[in-house]
Design a protein around this ligand. Structure first.
Ligand SMILES: Nc1ncnc2c1ncn2[C@@H]1O[C@H](COP(=O)(O)OP(=O)(O)OP(=O)(O)O)[C@@H](O)[C@H]1O
Length: 219
C-alpha cells in the first residue's frame, strides 16, 4: 500500500514540484502516473523510495510511515521496492547475470540462493539464455527487460517504474507493459510513470494525472 497524505515537495531553489498530493494505492493495485514534463512524476516516485523527503505531509509505504524513518532505515525500506528506470542504468562491463546479481550481493544473499533467484528473474523476463552476454550486445528492449529482472530479483512488494518505455517502439512498449501486468497479477503493487497517453489508455488501469505538481485527476 502507498498512501500520500497532503504531500508537498519544494526543492532547495524554491521550486514547488508537488503540491498537496493525496492518493492511496492499495496493496496489489496497478496504476499509472502521468502528466507533462516537469509535472512532478519523478519527484513523486523518489519520495516513495526516500531518494527525496517531502517538505510537508505524510507518506505511508506498507506499514512504514516514511517520516518516521531515519537514514539507517532506508536500505530496509528499499528491499520492499523494485525500481525500473528509462535508461535502465546497467553496468556494461559486467554480464547480464552479474547485473541482476548485484542487488542481491549488496543485500548479503548466499551465493547459491542468489544464483537461483537471478535465473528465476531472467526466466520471468524471457532472457534465461542471455545470462553470459554483455548488456551491450542486447537490443534496447532486452536491456529494459534486464533492468526489470534486476528490479524484481529480490521479490519486492512494490514495483515503481519511471518512463520504462521511453526509448522503445510501440510493440516493445506493449511487451514491457505485459511484463508489469504479470508481476501485478501475482500480487505486486505497480506504479508506472509515463507520458505515453496512448499506451496508458490501452492498459485500462487507474491513472493519476499530475499538472504542475497538483494531482489533477485520479481514475
Ligand atoms: N533536484 C532538484 N532540484 C531542483 N528542482 C528539481 C529537482 N528535481 C526536479 N526538480 C524540478 O521539479 C519539477 C518536477 O520535476 P520532475 O522530474 O519530478 O518532473 P517529471 O514529471 O518527472 O518530468 P519529466 O517527465 O520531464 O521527467 C521540475 O520543475 C523540475 O525542474
Amino acid at each position: 500500500m502507498i498512501q500520500f497524505n497532503h504531500v508537498s515537495k519544494r526543492y532547495a531553489q524554491g521550486h514547488d514540484a508537488l503540491k498537496d498530493v493525496n492518493f492511496t494505492l492499495a496493496t496489489g493495485e496497478m496504476a499509472f502516473l502521468t502528466g507533462h514534463s516537469g509535472a512532478g512524476k519523478s519527484t513523486l516516485l523518489k519520495l516513495i523510495m526516500l531518494m527525496e523527503r517531502p517538505s510537508a505531509g505524510q507518506i505511508q509505504v506498507g506499514e512504514q510511515q516514511l517520516n518516521a524513518l531515519g537514514r539507517r532505515d532506508i536500505p530496509y525500506l528499499r528491499r520492499s521496492i523494485g525500481v525500473v528506470f528509462q535508461n535502465h542504468q546497467l553496468l556494461f562491463d559486467r554480464s547480464v547475470f552479474d547485473n541482476i546479481l548485484l542487488p542481491l550481493q549488496i543485500s548479503g544473499f548466499a551465493p547459491d540462493d542468489a544464483a537461483r533467484r537471478v535465473r528465476a528473474a531472467l526466466d520471468k523476463v524471457g532472457l534465461l539464455t542471455k545470462e553470459k552476454m554483455s548488456p551491450l550486445a542486447l537490443s534496447s528492449g532486452e536491456q529494459q527487460r534486464i533492468g526489470i529482472a534486476r528490479a524484481i530479483v529480490h521479490k519486492p512488494k512494490i514495483l515503481l517504474a519511471d518512463e520504462p518505455t521511453g526509448n522503445l517502439d510501440p510493440q516493445l512498449s506493449a511487451e514491457i507493459m505485459q511484463l508489469f501486468t504479470q508481476f501485478n497479477r501475482v500480487g505486486t503493487t505497480v506504479l508506472i510513470a509515463s507520458h505515453d497517453i496512448a499506451l496508458i489508455r490501452s492498459m485500462g488501469r487507474r491513472v493519476l494525472t499530475l499538472q504542475s505538481g497538483r494531482l489533477l485527476s485520479d481514475g
